[in-house]
Design a protein. Sequence first.
Length: 214
Amino acid sequence: MKKSSLFILLVFLWVLGSVFSIWAVEFSADSYRSFMGKNSTGKVFVKGHLTRMESKEGGQDSIIITDLKKKTTYILNPKDKTYMEMALSGQMAASAADPEFQKDFGTWKDLGTETVNGYLCDKRLFTPKDKSLGMNQSTQWIAREIKYPIKSVTKTAQGDMTMEYKNIKTGNVSDSVFKIPAGYTKMEIPGMGGKGMIPGMGKVPTAPATEDDD
């Protein structure tokens, strides 16, 4: 999977998780990702419609900041102190209660409950109708206390990608975490003008009533 495709999938998974919270969640955590034989660690910060994902893989740092209200994602390169801005197409901030988005985008299935890292979680399976993002299915463990997925296993053509949050600390996330740091230079995306567009994000998958059958 190309880095651009992986980036789109990571942003999509955060959008998928955000529909459970109705933007009331606020926490930070250590993040762990395993995909195609590679492991990466980092930090995640979530505050309502804002998220910041930091990761380190192969000695290289990367930061992704997403703002669902502005429907914008910023990709930061700490080494060069540069960033790129990309628009999220479609109605990214759609209401999680809208059944039309649920019906059009995919289906959910209730898989019971499990405890993950000390949190009681509702386990649910999401199957998208559109496979263009490279995702076949995604199992989500949604912690009841914070109403947010703290673990996911996503099936792709290249294999399973596992993401998990540990050492979760609720509340007290500063707004400054989601700002572009001073001294960073904006880089234009070739052929896209001032703001690129992330494809395949035209509908928002909404948190559902569950479906009993595949």
